[in-house]
Design a protein around this ligand. Structure first.
Ligand code: ZN
Length: 272
C-alpha cells in the first residue's frame, strides 16, 4: 500500500536528495493511505458491537433468536451459519487483537470504525495525538516502573513534552526542520507546538501539508530513536535523522501533484 516514487530530477535545480529509496517507509509515508483489509475488519467489529450491545435492529434481534445457543456476541461462531454471520462472529478475534475485551466492547456507547481501524494499525499518529505512547511517566503512573526518569539523558521525567521537544537531541532535530522549512521561530513545548500547527497549518496549502508531514514524521523518528537507544543500544545522529526525514517527505510528497512545486524549493538536506 505504500507509494512508490520515481526520481523527478529534470526540473529540479539541485538534485541533492538521493532517490535511493524506492519505497516510502511507513513514517509519514503510508499515513493517509487506506488499508482496505484492515478497514473491513474494523467494519465487521462494528457489526459485532451491534450484536453485543443488542442494538434495536431487526437483524440483531434475528441473530439473537436464531443463534441463541451460540451466545451471539462473544460466543464461538456457529459452523452451520451463513458466511456473513460467521464473519461477524469472527470479528471477536479482531477486537482481541486490537486490545479490546468483551467488557470494553460492552462499555462502548458509540462505535467509530475509524478509531478501531487506526488502533488496529497501531498508527503512530493516533497514539501520539491521544498521548498513548508508553513514555516512562505513563508507565510509572500504571505501576510498571518505579523510576520515570528519561533513559536518554537521565534528567527529567520522560514525558512526551520532554522526549519530543525538550530533550536536546529532539530539540536539535526540530530546529533543523524549522530552518529547512524557513520558519523563523524557536522550538516550543508540546502544547505550544500543537497550538502553532492548529493556528498556522490548518489548510490544504502545500506549506501547511508539508509542515504536518514533518511534525508526524519527526515525532515518529524521535520515538524510533528512543527505542533503538534503549532496546538495541544503537544511536543515529541528528544529521542522519533529518536527512531521512527529508527523503521521506520527498518520497511521499512526490506522488501528490499539489506538493511538487514546494518540494522543489526544499530540494536540499536540512542543515544541522
Ligand atoms: Zn531526557
Amino acid at each position: 500500500m505504500l507509494g512508490f516514487s520515481k526520481g523527478n530530477v529534470e526540473n529540479t535545480r539541485r538534485a541533492l536528495i538521493a532517490w535511493d529509496r524506492l519505497c516510502c517507509p511507513r513514517v509519514a509515508g503510508g499515513l493517509h493511505l487506506l488499508d482496505i483489509g484492515t478497514w473491513n475488519k474494523a467494519a465487521m467489529c462494528k457489526l459485532l458491537w451491534n450484536l453485543c450491545k443488542k442494538k434495536d435492529k431487526l437483524w440483531v434481534q434475528w441473530v439473537h433468536v436464531y443463534y441463541k445457543k451460540y451466545n451471539p456476541g462473544w460466543g464461538n461462531e456457529p459452523k452451520q451459519a451463513s458466511w456473513v454471520i460467521q464473519k461477524i462472529f469472527k470479528a471477536k478475534k479482531y477486537f482481541t487483537k486490537t486490545g479490546y475485551t468483551e467488557d470494553d466492547v460492552l462499555r462502548m456507547n458509540t462505535f467509530s470504525i475509524k478509531d478501531v481501524y487506526l488502533k488496529n494499525r497501531g498508527e503512530f499518529r493516533y497514539l501520539a495525538a491521544h498521548r498513548r505512547l508508553q513514555t516512562r511517566d505513563r508507565l510509572k503512573r500504571w505501576g510498571y516502573v518505579e523510576d520515570d526518569s528519561c533513559t536518554l539523558c537521565n534528567a527529567k521525567a520522560e514525558t512526551m513534552n520532554h522526549l519530543f521537544f525538550v530533550f536536546p537531541f529532539s530539540k536539535r532535530i526540530w530546529a533543523a526542520i524549522l530552518r529547512w522549512l524557513q520558519i523563523d521561530r524557536p522550538v516550543m513545548d508540546w502544547e505550544h507546538e500543537l497550538q502553532w500547527v492548529e493556528q498556522y497549518c490548518r489548510g490544504r496549502s502545500a506549506t501547511a501539508e508539508i509542515y504536518r508531514m514533518m511534525l508526524v514524521g519527526s515525532l515518529y523518528y524521535i520515538w524510533q530513536e528512543r527505542n533503538a537507544r534503549i532496546f538495541q543500544e544503537v544511536q543515529r545522529t541528528v544529521k542522519t535523522i533529518t536527512r531521512s526525514l527529508a527523503q521521506d517527505i520527498h518520497c511521499r510528497g512526490n506522488v501528490k501533484k499539489c506538493l511538487k512545486r514546494k518540494l522543489i524549493e526544499l530540494n536540499s538536506y536540512p542543515t544541522v
